[in-house]
Write a protein that binds this ligand. Sequence first.
Ligand SMILES: Cc1cc2nc3c(=O)[nH]c(=O)nc-3n(C[C@H](O)[C@H](O)[C@H](O)COP(=O)(O)OP(=O)(O)OC[C@H]3O[C@@H](n4cnc5c(N)ncnc54)[C@H](O)[C@@H]3O)c2cc1C
Length: 393
Amino acid sequence: MDFNLSSEQVLMRDASRRMVARVIAPELARHDADQPLPKAVLLTIFKAIAALGLTAARLPPDAGGSRLSMLDYGLMFEAIPPAIGLSLVSQEACIARLYAECNAEQRQRFLPPLIAGSALGCTGSTEPDAGSDPRGIRTRVTQDGDTLVLNGRKMWITNVSMCDLIIVTCLDCRSGQSGGKRVGVVKVVVERKDSPFEAREIDTIGLRQGLLGEAVFDNCRVPVRNLIDNNAGGTDVLKATWQVNRPLLGLQAVHLAQCAYDIALEYARTRRQFDDVIGGHQLVQKNLSDIVTAVTTSRLLCYHALSLIDSGAPAAGAAAMAKRHAQNACREAVWQAMNILGAMGLSTEARMEQLYRDSRMLAVPDGTNEILALIHGRELTGIDAFRRTQPRA
Ligand SMILES: Cc1cc2nc3c(=O)[nH]c(=O)nc-3n(C[C@H](O)[C@H](O)[C@H](O)COP(=O)(O)OP(=O)(O)OC[C@H]3O[C@@H](n4cnc5c(N)ncnc54)[C@H](O)[C@@H]3O)c2cc1C
């Protein structure tokens, strides 16, 4: 077991850090911390991300991808601030899904602008009444000649307010399939320019420069050629998609806790109380030690899950464990770092309160902590706890 990064991995990680310092950090600093970034700015950032191959990390080069190992992707991803990182997770998952499930003509039409970072994509599964349990979705697709007609609502969708394209998961109610009755679930690619729909931002506690929104499809008409037929192969790409997102989000928690630690360490070395720098007091040192322990254990669990995925071993439990641990441990670490700054930790000036609010956001997407515990528990026991409880009135 070798815990050292290879020289190539160090180069990749450093290239990502340099891109963040050169492009992303200045843009985040230049814009209101409480408002979503303007789309033009987001696309400027995405072009820089695309230049490093991160928009299509798991696609092969002949499809415009960079085919990184998921561990290498994670090492580069960890440097990206979460307001942008969540947007990238959404974009990259959208690209991976399109590659895995679309036919050749659809791939050709949809993928190039998304991979280049000149268009914004997202995937819409969650609805007002369908969150952790996707079986509750109500969005319907019917067919009128050569046109698909979508009706329904998608909520809590990253990127949706400004997206150019969304993959919508819906109930297949096309006439002729089963007399208009539900026959299953299909996905439809909705291109905003051809099939306009209403979307709006949702205000949240954190990650306020990112995009999280709601979309309403009210007789939204989409050409039938945008129905995803699931025939393209590439299921390996798709299988990896959802498992990979969890350790990636864990690494976003690591990013926030590392930022909090850096601020707290600097403060502890300079702030004086009781005739000493506070970093000389034993309990402050203990708090710093706790924070670094949280960051290190979280980082290692995330790297471990990504490397399991790379090896092809079962990784659902490890991926769930990594995200849940990282989110909990790093949120607590940010809290402790805040304490080291005393009252200053509560001020907007010190940026700690933003880190705390941002870290809270990571508890929900790609599996709440409870759902992740159940996924891990299912792997440990072989028993599916999700389906054991009978629905009650
Ligand atoms: C920042 C962010 C980005 C997101 N991006 C996207 C996106 O791009 N696309 C998309 O489709 N969705 C996205 N989502 C939605 C996200 O996937 C859902 O919010 C998530 O699946 C939880 O659903 P819910 O919020 O409806 O909570 P619910 O499912 O209603 O859960 C409510 C509470 O009940 C608990 N609970 C539910 N079932 C069980 C159970 N069986 N056992 C124990 N506890 C249970 C949950 O843990 C939670 O605490 C995003 C959400 C956030 C916050």
